[in-house]
Every structure is written in structure tokens, then in C-alpha cells.
Design a protein around this ligand. Structure first.
Ligand code: HPA
Length: 261
């Protein structure tokens, strides 16, 4: 069994890997660097979303290369992390949310593998955007480790890289959002198009603009992430062990035949 981890802001260290080696995968969309190793006998891959030294802002991340690389390396499961702001008073800084829906407000990203041509015109069902089986593994791991993790939450994805206005945050709340971030779309979309199981642990680093009493800064996000990285890593490690060896979900058939090109 193989599980890949995509580390978001503040999660750069594939420390859990034994026998770690770096590989660069060339895809039709560009290159992606992945660390490969083992954790308690399970083959684990680790990819930092924002590249080495957090050099890529959310709208410049090569999401297609990242997901295609993981698929080409044979991974079927992806556990991802992301720092988020919260719109929901119940979801507080320092807490984790196992996201189950998203609302997409991105504008200028390469958001699909299906560009017509030989692959044809493909419309993938997104009734269940995140893998329920992976989310259940994360929820069980959180319960066992007594780590507070909300089971379900709506992630609103903005284009960034700026933070939101208070008026946008009020609008997102009316639309049913709980969390706001800049990276989960198109990552979750591409994972599903590639027939991968994908789950997101969102780490709340701040209340969103207009709810927070102070202006938002990236430093604040990094500080709160740093304070929570140890718990997040423990959660991921236990969840990796709890992922069932064989998939029982529908993710493997989400987009029909495998993506090529
Ligand atoms: N908005 C968007 N992205 C974020 C935030 C936020 O408040 N916090 C962490 N990532």
C-alpha cells in the first residue's frame, strides 16, 4: 500500500520517512519533486505543495504536475494539509477540520486534466469531492490521539495571494463556507480526475478578515502552524497506519479510465 502526503504551509518535513530518497518526476505539465520512503512498512511519498523554501504562491503552484507525479509514482491515496482562516466561530485557531465540501472562487488556474481532444469531454461527479474512507481514517486517528478535529467543513478557495476583505468573508459565510484558503482548488479536483482518493486536514491558523480583531499576516499563519505541526504530524502518521489496504470507496472510478497525455 502506498500513501502520499502533500504538505501545505508549515508542513515541510517528511521526517516520518525511513530510507528517504528524493525523486524528480517529469510529467506533461512540468516537474515535481517527491520524497519517497517507508513508514511502519507502508510506502509513503511526501510532496511540499509550495515547493522548496515555500517559493511558490498559491496561484503559481503547479497542481497538475504535483498530482500527475503522485499518480505516475503509483500512489492511490493522498492526505493533504492546508493552513486556513475560519469563518465559523466553532472552528478555532489551533483546531483541525476534516474538510468534506468546497466552494470554488479561483479564477485563473489550470484546473483540469480534461482539455478535450483525445481525452474527450469529461465531466466528473463531485457530489463527494473528498474520499470518505480516508476522512474516516483521519477521524479515527484523531479520536484515538484525542486531537480535536471537526468531522466535516466547507472550504472556500480564493485566488489569493491577497487575503480577503471582510465583505467577501461575510458573503462566503452566507454561502455556507466554514473555512477560507487559497490552495485546495484545483488540487482536490485534479486528484479526483486522476482517480485518487484525497482527504484534507485543514489547520485553522486565524479567524478570517473582519472576524479577527487584528489585520492578517503570513507570519501569524506560520506561527500558529508551527505551534501545531507536532500534533498534525502525529495525526497524519496514525492516519497513514489506519488507511485500509484496499479501497472500498468510489474514488478509483471517479473519472473513468486513467488520465493519459
Ligand atoms: N485566508 C486565506 N487563506 C488563509 C487564511 C485566510 O484567512 N489563513 C490561512 N490561509
Amino acid at each position: 500500500m502506498r500513501v502520499a502526503i502533500i504538505g501545505g504551509t508549515g508542513v515541510y518535513d517528511p521526517g516520518l520517512l525511513e530510507g528517504r530518497e528524493e525523486t524528480t518526476v517529469t510529467t506533461p505539465y512540468g516537474e515535481a519533486r517527491v520524497s519517497l520512503g517507508r513508514f511502519r512498512g507502508i510506502e509513503v511519498g511526501f510532496l511540499t505543495r509550495h515547493g522548496p523554501h515555500h517559493s511558490l504562491p498559491p496561484h503559481r503552484v503547479n497542481y497538475r504536475a504535483n498530482i500527475r507525479a503522485l499518480r505516475d509514482l503509483g500512489f492511490e491515496r493522498v492526505l493533504a494539509t492546508a493552513a486556513v482562516g475560519s469563518l465559523n466561530p466553532e472552528m478555532k485557531p489551533g483546531e483541525f477540520v476534516l474538510v468534506d465540501q468546497f466552494v470554488d472562487f479561483t479564477r485563473c488556474r489550470e484546473s483540469t486534466f480534461f482539455e478535450g481532444g483525445e481525452a474527450g469531454v469529461v465531466h466528473v461527479d463531485f457530489t463527494e469531492p473528498y474520499c470518505p474512507e480516508l476522512r474516516a481514517s483521519l477521524a479515527r486517528a484523531a479520536r484515538e490521539l484525542e486531537i480535536a478535529a471537526h468531522e466535516g467543513g466547507v472550504y472556500v478557495c480564493t485566488e489569493g495571494p491577497r487575503f480577503e476583505t471582510p465583505a467577501e468573508i461575510r458573503a462566503f459565510r452566507i454561502l455556507g463556507g466554514d473555512l477560507v484558503g487559497m490552495t485546495n482548488v484545483p488540487e482536490v479536483v485534479l486528484a479526483r480526475e486522476a482517480n485518487l482518493c484525497y482527504a484534507l486536514v485543514a489547520a485553522v491558523t486565524n479567524f478570517a478578515a473582519g472576524i479577527s480583531p487584528t489585520p492578517l499576516t503570513h507570519e501569524e499563519v506560520l506561527q500558529v502552524m508551527a505551534a501545531n505541526t507536532a500534533r498534525l504530524r502525529a495525526l497524519l502518521e496514525r492516519a497513514v497506519e489506519m488507511v485500509p489496504p484496499v479501497r472500498h470507496c468510489r474514488c478509483g472510478r471517479a473519472a473513468g479510465p486513467a488520465v493519459e497525455g
